[in-house]
Design a protein around this ligand. Structure first.
Ligand SMILES: [Zn+2]
Length: 182
């Protein structure tokens, strides 16, 4: 996206230091695409035209972020497109937000299933109930050890990591998974 914005600035402003790159002529032998052809044929053409009222840099940002969001793959833990993250997450300490971001993909060292991915010798059975692998889905939905805490906080689904991150952190702290203090 930043590259597209730079090329857009270079090709539309003749005083831009990279203007010569954006206007680079075709070589007789078409060995490599020039920045100019790549910009016009591969990057700019899929974008919807920019209206005269819209700033080109802003237009490129809007279009490319929209494309990226549209092509996001399913979350590996939910096996579906994740819901939007509830805005109050921004009030949580940075440490908690990092934990949540990693737990949403099952990549948190507090999970034995993740530790086992890094070291096959580690056993990943849940230390609380010993009946299933110690995954974030098991902790948030199934583990008997946390039944009471889940009911206390009205947590029934892994989606709480996105939809109610503050409650999710309260459960994870009181379950001992992440320790008591941030
Ligand atoms: Zn368990």
């Amino acid at each position: 996206m930043r590259g597209t914005q730079t090329l857009a600035a270079a090709s539309t402003n003749q005083h831009h230091p990279l203007h010569y790159v954006a206007q680079h002529p075709h070589m007789p032998r078409n060995i490599k695409t020039t920045p100019s052809t790549r910009y016009h044929t591969q990057i700019l053409s899929p974008l919807t035209p920019c209206t005269p009222q819209t700033n080109l840099q802003k237009h490129i940002h809007t279009q490319i972020t929209h494309q990226s969001i549209e092509t996001l793959k399913n979350n590996t833990q939910l096996h579906a497109r994740p819901p939007d993250i509830h805005p109050p997450e921004s009030f949580l300490p940075r440490e908690d937000r990092v934990h949540l971001a990693r737990l949403r993909y099952g990549h948190n060292p507090a999970l034995l299933t993740y530790q086992k991915r890094l070291d096959g010798a580690i056993t990943d059975a849940c230390p609380g109930c010993n009946t299933a692998p110690h995954s974030i889905k098991h902790i948030m939905e199934d583990c008997n050890t946390h039944n009471h805490t889940r009911q206390q906080h009205n947590i029934h689904s892994l989606r709480v990591l996105w939809e109610s991150p503050v409650q999710a952190m309260t459960l994870l702290r009181s379950s001992g998974l992440l320790g008591q203090t941030a």
